[in-house]
Ligand binder design. Sequence first.
Ligand SMILES: NC(=O)c1ccc[n+]([C@@H]2O[C@H](COP(=O)([O-])OP(=O)(O)OC[C@H]3O[C@@H](n4cnc5c(N)ncnc54)[C@H](O)[C@@H]3O)[C@@H](O)[C@H]2O)c1
Length: 422
Amino acid sequence: MTEPTNPLRLAVVGAGVIGRHHATVAVHHPDLQVVALVDAVPEAATGAADAIEAMGVDRPITTSTIEEAIEQTDIDVVAICSPSGMHVQLAEAALAAGKHVVIEKPLDTTMPRARQIAALAAAARDRGLVTSVISQHRFDPASAAVARAAHDGGFGTVTSGLASVAWYRSQGYYDSGDWRGTWALDGGGAVMNQGVHTVDLLVWALGRPVEISAQTGLLAHDRIEVEDTAVATVRFADGALGVVHCTTAAYPGLSARYAVYGTHGSAIVDDDRLAYFHIAPDTATLESAATTSNASAVAGAVDQKDQVVPPEHVVGGPAEPDHFAAGHARQYTDIVDAIRQGRDPGVTVDAALVSLATVRGLYVSATLGQPVRIDDVIDGKYDDVVPVVGGPDRGQGSADPADVVPVVGTPATATATEGAAR
Ligand SMILES: NC(=O)c1ccc[n+]([C@@H]2O[C@H](COP(=O)([O-])OP(=O)(O)OC[C@H]3O[C@@H](n4cnc5c(N)ncnc54)[C@H](O)[C@@H]3O)[C@@H](O)[C@H]2O)c1
């Protein structure tokens, strides 16, 4: 008989909306036990601990700093659920103490800090520590099937893709937290906060992004620094072309959707479920098809989505029970396995760095009004660019270069409001 494996002891840092969610997911996960809740606001931590205790499990300790939690109890894994601009400093403290680390998305809000955590995570990996970044939708069965088909050649040559997040956030949402809608702590708006998952899924399916051209606008909200609407085009290393569209000003709030199109098949994912999926049965079908009109002219090009994933992952199927928790639970299963097997997690810091650089590249391109190479973003060429949101009085929607050159300061010393349209 094999020995039962003890659950991994989890500390959650930042007991806000998503921190409580992590704690709840962990309570229901057979391989995790919540042992500490940390929040700079003590009432947030104790309130979350009350909720955990009410679920019938041991009450976790509560502290106001990560250092106190590490000192006071045994911890295997630290989940960083603080505002985005604080992820790296907290992850650094956890790694320095020899803990495995889970970082909520996005990796952080600036490229220098993101590079810093990538270096720390690489060094920690050599010491046997796992660092993963939350991108729970990569574990949705629909998105996993699409990425597999894109990577294995099922779609043939992937020619293009589209990511569109058409959501709605009220003014009250942005007013609900001082950090929301700020460059320093939210890191951006509709793309960085809301769209980052869908951009990440497009990048995961289409491969390494090479260059991005973007425009942004602040069109429907007040008292924020960041964009509520953005569009961009992206060129990928294998030649595929992609379109990104993210907004929090699409009343009443529609879906997050992405599509992958190729020479042998295509797929559409809408709100985490398959809306369409087709892989041609064999190349002969393509060679012989009388394709004088569009895909519907290809004989036998039936929608296969029902054969690819269970009904709750198909548009129109029954709802997956507690879908939001299920996503994080799936990723935690991967993280636990990675820790126990000594392998890399499904979402590495390096992968998250590429997605973050794509978002940052979008902002740089919109600010400068020119295409931006993603490798240059990763290498630090644009670290000093202070993002500026375009707008109606900015003509083409990008900043007048006269406003942004010289591009001075850092996000910490200058804010987008200095150059924003409103
Ligand atoms: N994966 C997802 O789908 C998803 C969804 C929502 C939010 N998020 C991410 O989760 C993070 C938090 O978002 P939220 O909506 O929970 O924010 P929130 O404001 O509700 O919670 C953040 C909490 O962190 C605490 N905090 C601040 N500084 C701290 C510190 N130094 N040490 C400990 N605690 C500290 C705050 O007091 C607050 O309670 C963000 O990075 C966000 O992008 C991810």
